[in-house]
Design a protein around this ligand. Structure first.
Ligand SMILES: CC(=O)SCCNC(=O)CCNC(=O)[C@H](O)C(C)(C)COP(=O)(O)OP(=O)(O)OC[C@H]1O[C@@H](n2cnc3c(N)ncnc32)[C@H](O)[C@@H]1OP(=O)(O)O
Length: 207
């Protein structure tokens, strides 16, 4: 039953996604995006699909993917883009602004993620609640295969070189060498303080 439902949903997705596919398929990056998203999601059910079915699934199920497709279509006519955005809603909590986003960008859970970069290389991975943004001097450049973990903040005219990783919740304001991993200090336990009721959220003794 579950398999039949999955097949039915995929058939419907294939019909509904067709106009978007017709507009997007010409962009080389979109094909690389599809392959990269399937690799990152790593679900055998999706790996087994051919390219158009993969696209239809991603466009139907993942608004993050639709946001990326709309970015890929930014050279098309404004009227077409408005129509496509109305029919295939992007994720409102995800912003992608860059002069160039190379082929294959995966966005996992685009909740509260704002990416304002000079450029982004190929095969990058960005998580939820991430800010990649500018300071007074400029905005970041991301190389190839850069990964930015949940809650991370990357600011200013810096470069995350190829293969750099920013760990969850880390703030980065300097260049990161190729292949390096940046992490923030980990949370530490608050030691018990005499005279304070540790069970109370405010930490204050009752009046
Ligand atoms: C809903 C969802 O789940 S969405 C998915 C959200 N997930 C993410 O965003 C993933 C982001 N990834 C990370 O932050 C990873 O921990 C990475 C990439 C920074 C490091 O991963 P790994 O290389 O596998 O590191 P590993 O787990 O082996 O830890 C190595 C060391 O780094 C420390 N470390 C790992 N991650 C972090 C982090 N985010 N912040 C601070 N220190 C860290 C570990 O405590 C460990 O230190 P130790 O050797 O002193 O014990």
């Amino acid at each position: 039953m579950a398999a039949e439902l999955w097949a039915l949903r995929l058939r419907v997705a294939r019909v509904l996604a067709y106009p978007l596919w017709r507009c997007a398929a010409a962009a080389e990056e979109v094909r690389a995006d599809i392959a990269w998203w399937i690799e990152c999601i790593d679900a055998p059910k999706l790996t087994a699909l051919e390219e158009y079915s993969r696209f239809a699934y991603l466009a139907a199920a993942l608004p993050e993917f639709r946001t990326l497709v709309h970015y890929r279509l930014r050279g098309r006519s404004p009227v077409l883009r408005i129509l496509l955005r109305a029919c295939y809603r992007p994720l409102p909590t995800l912003t992608l602004e860059a002069d160039r986003i190379g082929p294959a960008l995966f966005i996992q859970h685009g909740v509260g993620t704002i990416v304002t970069a000079e450029s982004i290389g190929s095969h990058c991975w960005i998580n939820q609640q991430v800010t990649v943004g500018h300071d007074a001097k400029g905005r970041p450049t991301l190389g190839d295969r850069v990964r930015v973990g949940a809650g991370a903040v990357v600011l200013g005219p810096i470069t995350l070189h190829d293969g750099a990783t920013v760990g969850a919740n880390a703030t980065v304001i300097h260049d990161v060498p190729a292949g390096a991993t940046m992490v923030a200090p980990l949370a530490t336990a608050l030691t018990a303080r005499p005279g304070v009721d540790g069970d109370r959220p405010s930490g204050r003794a009752p009046a």
